[in-house]
Design a protein around this ligand. Structure first.
Ligand code: HAM
Length: 421
C-alpha cells in the first residue's frame, strides 16, 4: 500500500483561516456599510453562467475570455464558465428581471481566471464591487468613484493613486480606432512577438501590453481623449468637475485601457503605491453603456467597479493599516468537574447574546486557563468541585488586573451584561 497523497489547495488558490478570515469579514462588512450608505443593495448571482454571457459581455478577444476562463460542459451538455468577473453576470440578471432603474447593487465573492499565479495574482480571487444601471449622468460616475475612494479610506489606506481616462463611445471610438490602426500599422514590426501579427484583432489591447517593446510603441500612440466627440467630451468634463467639487484627487491617464471590452467613456483604476509590484491595481471599473444591449436587453447606460480583496489586504499590510480584528469572545468557561457545567453555562450565555467558548477534553485547570487566555476572552468563568457544590463560579478578568471573585452561578448572565455592556 502506498502512502496516501497529502492534498493541497490547487495552485493559484488560497485557504483563508482564522484569525486572517476575521479581517475578510471586517473588510466585507466595511464595504457593505459604505455601499449601503449610498443606496446600493446586495445582489447574489451564480458562480457559473453560460459561456456566452462572458464571451459576448467581456469580449471574445480579451485574455480573460480567450485564455483564462474556466470552461466546462455540464452533465446536460451545456457550455458553462466559472465567472471570471461579476459585471456580465449582474447585467444578465438585470435583463432577466428588469428591475426599475436606477438599479444600484453591490456584491462580493470569488471570481476565477486561469492566470499564472504570483504574488497578488491568483486563479481564484475575490472581489467586492458595485454596479449602477440606468443613468448616463456624470454624477453617477462621480458617486461610484467616490464610493470606492471612501471604502479604501475607511480601511486606512492612504497611498493610493486614482487613474482616470475616457474611452469614448460608439460615435467617437471608430475615428480613434482608425487613427490607432494607422499608427500601429506604421510601427507593427516593433511590437512584441505576440502582438506583431495579431494587433489588428484588437488594437486597443496593444496599449495594455506589459512587454517592453509594446510599451515603447504605445508611448507615442494617439489618445482617445484627443478624439472624444462633443457629448463624450462634455461628460468627461462634468466627471472631472464633480470629482474636484468633492475633493477626490485623480490623475488623468490617457493610456489607461482596461482588459475587458465592454467599456465606454469613464474608466478608472486604483493603484496602491505601497505595493510597488506589477500587481498594484487594487481595483478598477468604468462605464459600459453598451453592455446591456449587447447581452440582449434594452439600451441602458451603466457604470461600476470591482476591487480585489487579496490585493487590498496586501496593500493594507504594506501600509501597516487595518490590523486583524481581535477576538470578540466575551467569556471562556473553564470547568474541571467533567464538562456539564461548561455546557450549561456556555449555552446560557450564547442564548443571552453573550459570546462564549469552553475547553473540551477534560483537561487540567492550568491547561484550560492557558486556552482561556489565548482565546482573547475578557473573562474566564471557572467551575471547580467547590464552586459546583456551592452553586457559584469564579469570575476571573483576563485582560485587566481586577483579579478574581466568586459570584452566584445564577447571576452570571446579568453580571456579564452589566460589565460588558
Ligand atoms: P478587473 O480590472 O478585471 O475589472 O478586476 C478588478 C480588480 O480585481 C483588479 O484591480 C484586481 O484588484 C482584482 N483582480 C483581478 N484579477 C485578479 C487576480 N487574478 N488575482 C487577484 N486579484 C485580481 C473587473 O473585474 C470589472 N468587472 C470591473 C468593473 C465592474 N467594471 C465595471 N464594473
Amino acid at each position: 500500500m502506498g502512502v496516501s497523497p497529502s492534498f493541497q489547495a490547487p495552485a493559484g488558490t488560497r485557504d483563508v483561516l482564522p484569525p486572517e478570515s476575521a479581517r475578510w469579514e471586517a473588510l466585507v462588512d466595511c464595504f457593505a456599510r459604505v455601499a449601503g450608505q449610498a443606496g446600493y443593495g446586495l445582489v447574489l448571482t451564480p458562480l457559473f453562467e453560460e459561456v456566452e454571457v462572458f464571451a459576448r459581455g467581456v469580449g471574445e478577444s480579451t485574455d480573460v475570455v480567450s485564455r483564462e476562463m474556466y470552461e466546462f460542459e455540464d452533465r446536460g451538455g451545456r457550455r458553462m464558465a466559472l465567472r471570471p468577473e461579476f459585471t456580465a453576470s449582474v447585467v444578465r440578471a438585470f435583463i432577466q428581471y428588469r428591475p426599475t432603474t436606477p438599479w444600484k447593487v453591490w456584491y462580493w465573492g470569488p471570481a476565477f481566471r486561469y492566470e499564472r499565479p504570483q504574488a497578488g495574482r491568483y486563479r481564484q480571487f475575490h472581489q467586492v464591487g458595485v454596479e449602477g444601471l440606468g443613468s448616463d449622468e456624470p454624477h453617477l460616475d462621480v458617486e461610484v468613484v467616490a464610493l470606492a475612494w471612501r471604502f479604501y479610506r475607511a480601511l486606512g489606506l492612504t497611498r493610493l493613486r486614482l487613474d482616470l481616462n475616457s474611452l469614448g463611445d460608439g460615435v467617437c471610438r471608430p475615428a480613434y480606432r482608425s487613427a490607432l490602426v494607422d499608427f500601429l500599422g506604421s510601427r507593427s514590426a516593433e511590437l512584441c512577438s505576440e502582438h506583431r501579427d495579431r494587433w489588428q484583432l484588437n488594437p486597443l489591447r496593444v496599449l495594455d501590453c506589459k512587454k517592453e517593446e509594446c510599451r515603447a510603441v504605445a508611448a507615442g500612440a494617439p489618445h482617445q481623449l484627443d478624439y472624444l466627440c462633443q457629448p463624450c467630451s462634455d461628460h468627461w468634463g462634468a466627471v472631472l468637475e464633480g470629482l474636484q467639487a468633492i475633493k477626490i484627487p485623480y490623475v488623468v491617464q490617457p493610456r489607461l485601457v482596461r482588459g475587458l471590452d465592454y467599456y465606454t467613456r469613464t474608466t478608472f483604476e486604483v493603484a496602491a503605491e505601497a505595493l510597488g509590484t506589477a500587481q498594484d491595481a487594487v481595483g478598477g471599473g468604468g462605464r459600459y453603456d453598451g453592455l446591456v444591449e449587447a447581452l440582449g436587453g434594452p439600451p441602458t447606460p451603466a457604470i461600476g467597479f470591482s476591487l480585489g480583496i487579496e490585493r487590498i489586504l496586501l496593500a493594507c499590510d504594506a501600509e501597516g493599516v487595518f490590523a486583524s480584528a481581535g477576538s470578540e469572545l466575551a467569556a471562556f468557561v473553564v470547568d474541571v468537574t467533567g464538562g456539564a457545567a461548561a455546557l450549561a453555562i456556555t449555552e446560557e450565555l450564547r442564548e443571552a447574546g453573550i459570546s462564549a467558548d469552553r475547553a473540551f477534553g477534560r483537561r487540567s485547570l492550568r491547561a484550560q486557563l492557558r486556552t482561556a487566555d489565548r482565546s482573547g476572552a475578557a473573562v474566564a468563568l471557572i467551575v471547580g468541585p467547590e464552586e459546583a457544590a456551592a452553586g457559584t463560579v469564579q469570575l476571573r478578568w483576563l485582560r485587566s488586573d481586577r483579579g478574581q471573585e466568586e459570584i452566584d452561578r445564577a447571576k452570571v448572565v446579568s453580571r456579564l451584561r452589566e460589565e460588558l455592556g
